[in-house]
Design a binder for this molecule. Structure first.
Ligand SMILES: [Zn+2]
Ligand SMILES: [Zn+2]
Ligand SMILES: [Zn+2]
Length: 271
């Protein structure tokens, strides 16, 4: 399974549009890996997780052709992941040739309800699929199991276990520390790779719907202790806020000591 990390920022990107904190200032000065677009990943060339407002930029930067997309999974309806207006550009009014095959768009009932309300479904080539948590769904060569994230009150957020050719990835974004029901499910898994969010950086405590360095280290060790991963399993972080107070080089320094890779825009991972 080939994973291209398209973006690694939380809601407002880094540098934040109107922010001049230390992390944003360094990002403006240094550029490169210190700058981050909104989080999303592409798996192989046909499965995408989330559709952030930076999707156009991602297609240009990485040379993506979204006509190859077969499956689009949504984690939740926060706007940094769920840019519905952009999804209209697949309709016949905006393409020279209609898409050959419809794209399956899948997520929680909340995601699918919002999509049904906001998309002009008669004119866009999408098959909407509601998924219930902890049930495996088969989409072509992929088996996708949504698990319940711990993210925001009143909002359903999914993380995903994605399996292809006997390789399993946990996509853990956006979430704080999982509830026990999710842990029970996860601890029985055997994973070949983990992508975990690290929104809060060096912040300890605070908002519990996101993780920071501390929680990511604890997540890795709990997965190791249960046998869901080994010490050699790739664990990569994404979805950072500048308000977490850490630059890419500081994240790399801190996380590499724990065998965790600090993700950046454009990082490629194969599991
Ligand atoms: Zn987010
Ligand atoms: Zn900032
Ligand atoms: Zn969110």
């Amino acid at each position: 399974m080939h994973i291209l990390i398209l973006g690694t920022a939380a809601a407002e990107g880094i540098p934040g549009l109107f922010c001049d904190c230390r992390v944003c200032t360094i990002a403006r000065e240094v550029g490169g890996r210190e700058c981050r677009s909104r989080t999303s990943v592409m798996i192989n060339d046909d499965l995408k997780i989330d559709f952030p407002p930076d999707t156009f930029y991602h297609t240009v930067r990485y040379g993506l052709n979204l006509r190859n997309l077969r499956l689009l999974l949504f984690t939740h309806i926060h706007e940094d992941h769920f840019s519905v207006p952009e999804l209209h550009y697949s309709s016949n009014s905006f393409v020279s040739q209609p898409l050959e095959n419809p794209i399956t768009v899948a997520g929680s009932a909340q995601v699918i309800t919002k999509l049904s309300e906001q998309l002009d479904l008669g004119h866009v080539p999408y098959n909407l699929q509601t998924m219930e948590p902890f049930i495996p769904y088969h989409f072509g060569r992929y088996t996708v199991t949504p698990i319940i994230a711990h993210h925001a009150p009143g909002l359903i957020a999914y993380n995903y276990i994605i399996e292809e050719s006997s390789h399993k990835l946990l996509y853990g974004c956006d979430t704080g520390w999982y509830d026990e029901r999710t842990w029970c499910y996860l601890e029985k898994e055997q994973l070949d790779g983990v992508i975990a969010e690290c929104t809060k950086g060096r912040i300890v405590g605070g908002y519990d719907g996101h993780m920071g360095v501390d929680e990511v280290i604890r997540l890795k060790s709990r997965l190791e202790n249960s046998g869901a991963i080994t010490t050699g399993t790739q664990v990569v972080t994404v979805h950072y806020s500048h308000l977490g107070g850490m630059t890419q080089s500081e994240l790399e320094q801190e996380l590499s000591k724990q065998g965790i890779a600090a993700g950046y825009d454009g990082l490629q991972v194969t599991i």
